[in-house]
Design a protein around this ligand. Structure first.
Ligand code: ADP
Ligand code: MG
Length: 443
């Protein structure tokens, strides 16, 4: 049975000592909602709240499987206190989680994703202009509009900006996953008519990450009919995708051709000037004080997504506030170094097996086998220890990789290596050497 201590322990395991002492340690369990999988925790200040929300997804990635099912909410302690005070007066629950049946419309639009907040540069100008035009004259000019491009480049932002701009209309903005789930529930509950009523009677249909329906032919069939009906009534349809529709594998040709009927707009990686403008805008919105020198440093050293830039700014600000220090260039360099090494840390299980195999002269297939000979069993334990260190995979997932009966064998292997490091001369060096080889090989 999962309880709050188990959750906190998992968070501790998946963070470094700095993060633990500055953030994780300050998280307090508040309550478990009657919905048995929903745990509420409080944090003392906004910086920790921002940090935890930012890190949460990556920490969650490392959580063991049974914890992935639960819902965790973090709230500011102050807000919980306020809510508790009102609660005792008004007898209202702390959090009201609404059910979301198909026919009940709840706005899913992110209020901060508006055109005014969107920084335009060469990389996204066409997508911006076509989105704005679709919002100003829905169904008139570009229908459908398909915005495509890599992760964290602003597709969802533009989609929601269109929705927010058209707020006086009946806008549906959902991910393709929600669309699929709604359809499945409707099928199960024999409620297809409300599904159709919802999706075929709107003024604007916005679907995020349409690539999700690739390979799922039932939902593609349904979407095809939804699309045709809306399109024939000149209702604006906007889709986002991680690839150009023609390049989405597992998408029916008739959908590809529908998607290419209107206009497709690509968002590329931002150029330096756009990155600088985005950083300035984010700092202005979040009240973060950094010099032009630091802005340029971040913009030139981070190449990928805008989401990543946001993440670094948040981390920078949160850490600076926690340790009560101004954001200097030196401080930024350290945070960025740590960030880059974390995001480059794409060491896989196979990489680790290959290094251990070469170095200890044992075949990869033997490491993965059930052979219990002393030398092979030791190599397997070392591999498990290193996998846990480098990939932060849960013990359950490591156990299933090695076809072990349960995760306690993994924990046992890790404990044994830790004790060997302590008790056997030069063992520490042996493990550290392997770690350096892994890091070097991956670079
Ligand atoms: P995608 O859907 O392409 O993966 P998002 O739209 O979620 O990316 O963008 C990631 C983050 O970056 C969001 O917080 C978004 O507001 C921000 N962002 C992306 N592009 C811009 C931009 N041009 N100007 C300002 N913020 C942006
Ligand atoms: Mg998105």
């Amino acid at each position: 049975m999962i309880n709050a201590d188990i959750i906190l322990e998992e968070f501790k395991k998946n963070s470094n000592s700095f993060e633990y002492s500055k953030c994780i340690k300050k998280i307090t369990f508040q309550e478990k909602l009657s919905n048995e999988n929903n745990f509420i925790f409080s944090v003392p200040n906004i910086f920790i709240l921002k940090w935890i929300n930012h890190r949460y997804t990556s920490i969650l990635g490392g959580l063991s499987n049974d914890l992935k099912e639960i819902e965790i909410d973090f709230l500011l302690f102050k807000d919980i206190k306020d809510k508790l005070n009102t609660k005792s007066k008004e007898k209202t629950p702390i959090i009201i989680k609404e059910e979301n049946p198909i026919n009940k419309k709840i706005s899913t639009l992110l209020p901060s994703n508006i055109f005014d907040n969107f920084i335009v540069g060469a990389s996204n100008q066409f997508a911006y202009v076509t989105s704005l035009s679709s919002a100003q004259k829905p169904g008139k000019e570009f229908n459908p509009l398909v915005i495509y491009g890599g992760v964290g480049l602003g597709k969802t932002h533009l989609l929601h900006a269109i929705g927010n701009h058209c707020s006086s209309l009946d806008v549906i903005c959902v991910t393709a996953e929600t669309f699929t789930n709604d359809f499945t529930h409707a099928l199960i509950n024999k409620n297809l008519s409300s599904f159709k009523k919802k999706y075929r009677n709107c003024d604007v249909l916005l679907i995020d990450d349409i690539q999700f329906i690739s390979g799922k032919f039932g939902i593609q069939e349904e979407f095809f009919h939804t699309f045709n009906e809306l399109h024939s009534k000149s209702i604006q349809i906007v889709l986002t995708s991680d690839k150009k529709p023609n390049n989405i594998k597992g998408l029916e040709d008739r959908l590809k051709s529908r998607f290419e009927m209107g206009i497709t707009a690509n968002i590329k990686q931002p150029e330096l000037e756009t990155k600088i403008n985005i950083i300035k805008k984010k700092c202005e919105i979040d009240n973060i004080n950094i010099s032009d020198e630091i802005t340029i440093y971040i913009a030139t050293n981070l190449n990928s997504s805008i989401r990543e830039i946001e993440g670094v700014l948040m981390k920078l600000n949160a850490y600076a506030n926690m340790i009560n220090q101004n954001i200097t260039l030196e401080f930024t360099k350290n945070i960025l170094k740590e960030h880059i090494s974390q995001s480059n840390n794409k060491i896989s299980t196979e990489d680790i097996i290959n290094v251990v195999s070469k170095k200890l002269n044992i075949k990869p297939s033997e490491i993965k086998s059930k052979n219990k000979s002393k030398k092979i069993a030791e190599a397997r334990r070392i591999t498990i220890f290193l996998i846990r260190e480098f990939t932060k995979q849960s013990t359950i997932s490591i156990a299933s990789f090695f076809f072990m009966k349960d995760h306690s064998s993994v924990s046992h292997a890790i404990r044994k290596i830790k004790s060997d490091i302590k008790n056997i001369e030069d063992y520490h060096k042996k493990i550290e050497d392997l770690k350096s080889i892994i890091l070097l090989e991956i670079k």
